[in-house]
Design a protein around this ligand. Structure first.
Ligand code: AP5
Length: 232
């Protein structure tokens, strides 16, 4: 039987992973959520699911995502509110890719207060834009389970196949080289101001996202455990 890697403590709060495209937010959010037994809430994954199911929201979001822009706040906020009101979120959750604008962050603050949560813990993944291209163009994801690989940095054991379930690996439509520039611009203009926003509130913790996956995981765990101490 595989060892149970879940952390014995409860998370009991919202953790936000903030950082540029390809910084490793999804990779680390899956790991932290698994360790604490809480949901990993990726707004990118939620939107991609709407796109694949061709829902009205998906139809609206698809062209916006394919050109590397942000989906309008109104669509994202409704989706997030519905998700965090589900019972599986009652012991906390890990946000990956949300909030992405100051308006989203302000709305989230209100929502968390309304639902009795403590203020969020924000982990900022700092990565040099020069490394982003390799991370993004090399990424492949399992169609079925969503496991994340990188053909340069973290290749699967068998080319094109997921190590966990043998499923087919695919490239996201917005991971093409020509879309990386617009995504980085959207990040700099609309999301990077959140670094200063959460720093001012005393909520921000920095992580050097250029380190190995294992080193970044350790740093994230230190932050989360440290923030559980009464002094914080
Ligand atoms: P989303 O899916 O959130 O994409 P993103 O923020 O651009 O982030 P990525 O998923 O590209 O990267 P990541 O940081 O998760 O990196 P990963 O762990 O995969 O959003 C997509 C789109 O949806 C947006 O453009 C927008 O249109 C829309 N959207 C989503 N949320 C929205 C919101 N709130 N508001 C409005 N619009 C929204 O890692 C990347 C690669 O690097 C992988 O191959 C991985 O294996 C590798 N890797 C990871 N860590 C390391 C490491 N330490 N060393 C070496 N390689 C590593």
């Amino acid at each position: 039987m595989a060892p149970d890697t879940r952390h014995p403590d409860k998370l009991d709060r919202a953790v936000i992973f903030l950082g540029p495209p390809g910084a490793g937010k999804g990779t680390q959010a899956k790991e932290l959520a698994k360790r604490y037994g809480v949901p990993h809430l990726s707004t990118g994954d939620m939107l991609r699911e709407h796109v694949s199911k061709v829902t009205p929201l998906g139809k609206e979001a698809k062209p916006i995502m394919e050109r590397g822009d942000l989906v309008p706040d109104s669509l994202v906020l409704r989706m997030v509110r519905e998700r965090i009101e589900r019972p599986d979120c009652s012991h906390g959750f890990v946000f990956d890719g949300f909030p992405r604008t100051v308006a989203q962050a302000q709305y989230l603050g209100v929502l968390l207060r309304q639902h009795g949560y403590r203020p969020p813990l924000v982990v900022h993944f700092a990565l040099d834009p020069a490394l982003v291209l390799r991370r993004i163009t090399g990424r492949r994801m399992c169609k079925a389970g969503g496991e994340i690989y990188n053909i340069y940095e973290r290749p699967p054991k068998v080319e094109g196949r997921c190590d966990s379930d043998g499923g087919e690996l695919e490239q996201r439509p917005d991971d093409r080289e020509e879309i990386v520039g617009p995504r980085l611009q959207a990040y700099e203009k609309q999301t990077a101001p959140l670094v200063a926003y959460y720093r001012r509130l005393g909520r921000l913790h920095d992580v050097d996202a250029s380190k190995s996956v294992e080193e970044v995981t350790q740093r994230v765990l230190e932050i989360v455990r440290g923030a559980r101490q009464p002094a914080h």
